[in-house]
Design a protein around this ligand. Structure first.
Ligand code: PGA
Length: 260
């Protein structure tokens, strides 16, 4: 594990712990989870974001109003409104109380065939609605084993991030597909190397402002490995799936930011 001073390599970045609740929970359960996070938030050394299913955004936003915990959607359509059955627009997310939106999660890329180009269009829609996009990138196991992980992630960054992404406070999450929900994580060296490569790619594309873009790691982060992962240079927080559904785990990981 790296000493705490190493974290000073990314000055000016307040860490973020984000929870992606995916397709889980009930209206009441989501509120209870949000209540627990809200109550613990004032003592935590990082910003917090929770991303409930669409139907729970409004009640969760209501319970978090005035707190330090932000609310986000898990996706949005690339058009502002119109005849798109079953879809949700970025303006609707804003209207329901969201300030952020996850885009390009690997489950959306896999289940809904979302391309980098579509993710970039969704990102533009989010920015136009005043939402902060949290873009996910990450390689499959086959891509990593073929030695293509960095190239894949760089291509995803190149194709998924529109102009204005960095200046609007856009966030990037590196989530290796093979680490999501599997209990497996890359080595600390591999995470650090990928975050370094992402930082370089962003600075090349967007200029020095990208030095303060938050780079999160996601994929099987849990209380037992959070401290080591969050202490790595260029890791400015984490995107949690399973662990974000249990208030104690989510909060333990947020506290690990301090220890890291
Ligand atoms: P996990 O999911 O923490 O359950 O691995 C992470 C994610 O999909 O964002």
């Amino acid at each position: 594990m790296l000493p705490a001073e190493e974290k000073l390599m990314t000055p000016g970045i307040r860490p973020l712990i984000a929870g992606n609740w995916k397709m889980n929970g009930s209206w009441r359960g989501s509120r209870r989870l949000a209540d627990a996070v809200r109550d613990a938030a004032p003592g935590l050394p990082c910003d917090l974001l929770v991303c409930p299913p669409f139907l729970h955004i409004q009640p969760v936003a209501a319970t978090l109003l005035g707190s330090r915990v932000a609310v986000g959607g898990q996706d949005c359509h690339h058009k502002p409104h119109g005849a798109h059955t079953g879809d949700i627009g970025a303006v609707m997310l804003r209207d329901a109380g969201a300030t952020h939106v996850i885009l390009g999660h690997s489950e959306r890329r896999a289940d809904h065939g979302e391309s980098n180009e579509l993710v970039a269009r969704k990102c533009e829609a989010a920015l136009a609605a005043g939402l902060i996009p949290l873009i996910c990138v990450g390689e499959t196991l086959a891509e990593r084993e073929a030695g293509r992980a960095t190239a894949v992630v760089e291509a995803q960054l190149d194709g998924s991030l529109p102009l204005g992404f960095v200046t609007s406070g856009g966030i990037v999450a590196y989530e290796p597909v093979w680490a999501i929900g599997t209990g497996r994580t890359p080595t600390e060296e591999d995470i650090a190397a990928m975050h370094h490569a992402m930082r370089q790619a962003l600075v090349m594309a967007f200029g020095p402002t990208a030095r303060t873009t938050r780079l999160l790691y996601g994929g099987s982060v849990k209380p037992s490995n959070a401290e080591a992962i969050l202490a790595l240079p260029e890791v400015d927080g984490a995107l949690l799936g399973g662990a974000s559904l249990v208030a104690e785990d989510f909060l333990a990981i947020a506290r690990a930011m301090e220890a890291g």
